[in-house]
Design a protein around this ligand. Structure first.
Ligand code: MF3
Ligand code: CO
Length: 253
């Protein structure tokens, strides 16, 4: 069941979203070769706590950290570690959820560590572009399938694949609410968009084959073929006139 949010709930989610944006602004300046993925986790946690938010991923189904930090062939749910050191040329996805007074905002960025290959650069850019293509069909009366099919078509046209086992989702007082928002599907199918829906659109993209595998830690999701992956996500509010993105900082490109 899709829950439409009240103005009060939207205001709380927007505050959570503002803090998510602030985390990204901070990381943008700080991510450098030589840092560990646990250093990133510490920045995420401190920025959230300093701004009256709780890092909602910590403890979620037993997840052990405040951020998912996924390097290169790790698609999602990378567990931060002091032993995993970023090096020049890596790409690192940082997926975070802030909770403000029980209301959540969820987003992800894939950062380039120093100078990266053209191959990595293109994957990161196309993944982000897929999100903005999908936004073009976010209109009251359109369907979730319109979003799914837009992402899939754009990604495949560019020679990549979308993950099949993980999807975007509704969000609010729970991290994951209805409807689920796959990155693949058929236009015109599924739930219709309504004003007051709050959703996460999140292209998860593989440079190579679409298959993924989960490591023995029960979390880390990798590309089976070991090729590069990227992830871009924002929480948006569906409005009468279109949408509002709540997890980008002012001036963010
Ligand atoms: N933030 C992720 C998403 O985009 C979910 C993370 S799972 C967790 O839906 F366990 F780390 F919280
Ligand atoms: Co999400």
């Amino acid at each position: 069941m899709v829950i439409l949010k009240s103005p009060r709930e939207l205001a709380l989610m927007k505050e959570a979203g503002r803090v998510v944006g602030l985390v990204f602004k901070t990381l943008e300046e700080k991510i450098k070769p030589g840092m560990s993925t646990l250093d990133i986790d510490a920045i995420v946690e401190k920025t959230m706590l300093d701004n009256d938010c709780i890092p909602a991923e910590k403890g979620y189904y037993g997840y052990p950290a405040s951020a998912c930090v996924s390097v290169n062939d790790t698609l999602i749910h990378g567990i931060p570690s002091s032993k995993e050191i970023l090096k020049e040329g890596d790409i690192v996805s940082v997926d975070i959820v802030a909770s403000y007074k029980g209301y959540m905002a969820d987003a992800c960025r894939t950062y380039k560590v120093g100078t990266v290959s053209q191959r990595a650069e293109r994957l990161v850019n196309i993944t982000k572009e897929a999100f903005f293509k999908a936004l073009e069909v976010v209109k009251v009366g359109n369907t979730i399938g319109d979003i799914s099919s837009t992402v899939q078509t754009f990604i495949e046209k560019n020679g990549y694949n979308v993950a099949r086992d993980y999807t975007g989702h509704g969000i609010g007082s729970h991290m994951h609410e209805d409807p689920s928002i796959p990155n693949f599907g058929k236009a015109g199918t599924g739930t219709r968009l309504q004003a007051g829906m709050t959703i996460c659109i999140e292209p998860m993209v593989l440079e190579g084959r679409k298959d993924t595998r989960v490591l023995k830690d029960g979390w880390t999701v990798k590309a089976k073929d070991g090729k590069l992956t990227a992830h871009y996500e924002n929480t948006i509010i569906v409005t009468e006139s279109g949408y509002e993105i709540i997890t980008m900082y002012e001036g963010e490109e």
